[in-house]
Ligand binder design. Structure first.
Ligand SMILES: NC(=O)c1ccc[n+]([C@@H]2O[C@H](COP(=O)([O-])OP(=O)(O)OC[C@H]3O[C@@H](n4cnc5c(N)ncnc54)[C@H](OP(=O)(O)O)[C@@H]3O)[C@@H](O)[C@H]2O)c1
Length: 320
């Protein structure tokens, strides 16, 4: 099968389009013929080999050369122990090595909603789970709350706007002018162009800020937080070469140490229950992925280069 691998760490040039052996499912696995996958920061950091990521992934070179996580596709074979899927089922989920034509999956696999394309389904897992868990579990979002999403038009951000609306919140989206339409189409009640206006200098106060872009200091963010507000750190610019976005996390945690507002950072967790929540959002039209562009698998390096610029409009998707 065709797959993307990287033998070393580095910029997208390290990605190779190669032939690998087609996997065979174990008794507890299903073999999926992948139709689409998508790009996330997880793959970016795994590819460049951020020192902190190398601790688990291989110090000098990747232990596992495969890459990719989100997928959608069709079940091609099922292990003896799997009665829950049959050949031909359309599914989506997450599994390491998804930038490939096939993957064997045990855990994160659920039926794909009939009403969405393979491309749309493959854009959801990591970014959707991050938005859902950030808002619901760490932000404790409530209907009627005023929420600000800083970085509202990329993969995580545009899903966060839609999910916050599904929870009944009033959403202010921060993005650049060219993405105002995406933010509005996602349901944002108000949109702030960060190039024209610094929202941290405004008079509006928020009950919850979802910090996807990580572009301000705690002192600045704090000005727009209600006394009991929650502040959820999702990400930050790719800048710091040693610890990446964790530099921003540490600064915010230190700055907010004695504050009345709670600042939290989390790493999204895969689980079937939350995948099913996202599936229902897709089925009911509450979640509508916006896809900037789809690239064939062989052009993954180009897609990754585009993602690395940090200005994706919605999701960047690969097709097989
Ligand atoms: N904690 C977790 O579990 C988790 C999981 C997934 C991702 N993340 C993190 O979340 C972040 C976003 O990931 P993503 O996949 O959504 O990336 P993405 O698709 O590249 O989106 C980044 C967005 O940030 C916006 N942006 C850039 N500069 C900005 C600024 N100064 N002010 C406001 N917005 C700005 C961009 O909008 P414009 O084009 O309009 O500038 C772009 O839409 C990354 O830092 C990633 O590491 C964390």
């Amino acid at each position: 099968m065709k797959a993307i691998v990287h033998q070393t760490y580095g910029l997208p040039e390290v990605l190779e389009f190669v032939e690998l052996e087609k996997p065979t499912p174990k008794d507890n696995e299903v073999l999926i013929k992948i139709r689409a996958s998508s790009i996330n920061a997880a793959e970016w950091y795994g590819m460049v080999g951020l020192p902190i990521a190398r601790l688990g992934g291989g110090l000098f070179r990747p232990k596992d050369i495969r890459i990719g996580t989100d997928y959608s596709g069709v079940v091609e074979a099922v292990g003896k122990g799997r009665a829950d899927f049959k050949v031909g089922d359309e599914v989506f989920g997450a599994k390491h090595g998804a930038y490939a034509e096939y993957v064997c999956v045990e855990k994160i696999v659920i039926p794909k909603p009939q009403n969405v394309s393979f491309e749309a389904a493959a854009s959801v897992p990591i970014a959707g789970l991050t938005a859902l868990q950030g808002l619901r579990d760490f932000g404790k979002v409530q209907a009627g709350q005023k929420i600000l999403i800083n970085g509202a038009s990329g993969g995580v951000g545009h899903f966060a706007v839609q999910i916050a609306k599904a929870f009944g919140a009033e959403v202010t989206a921060v993005c650049s002018a060219r993405n105002v339409e995406i933010a509005r189409a996602s349901g944002a009640d108000d949109v702030i162009d960060y190039r024209k206006e610094n929202f941290t200098l405004g008079n509006q106060k928020y009950d919850l800020v979802l910090d996807v872009a990580g572009t301000h200091s705690w002192q600045e963010y704090r000005r727009v937080l209600n006394p009991e507000a929650r502040f959820v750190i999702i990400g930050a610019p790719k800048g710091n070469r040693l610890i990446g976005p964790l530099a921003h996390v540490i600064k915010i945690k230190l700055g907010s140490w004695r504050a009345s507002q709670k600042a939290t950072f989390f790493v999204a967790q895969f689980n079937i229950d939350d995948m099913n929540v996202l599936k229902e959002f897709l089925e009911t039209g509450k979640l509508k992925p916006f896809i900037e562009k789809t690239y064939p698998l062989g052009e993954t390096a180009e897609a990754m280069r585009r993602f690395g610029q940090g200005h994706a409009q919605g999701k960047i998707v690969l097709t097989m």
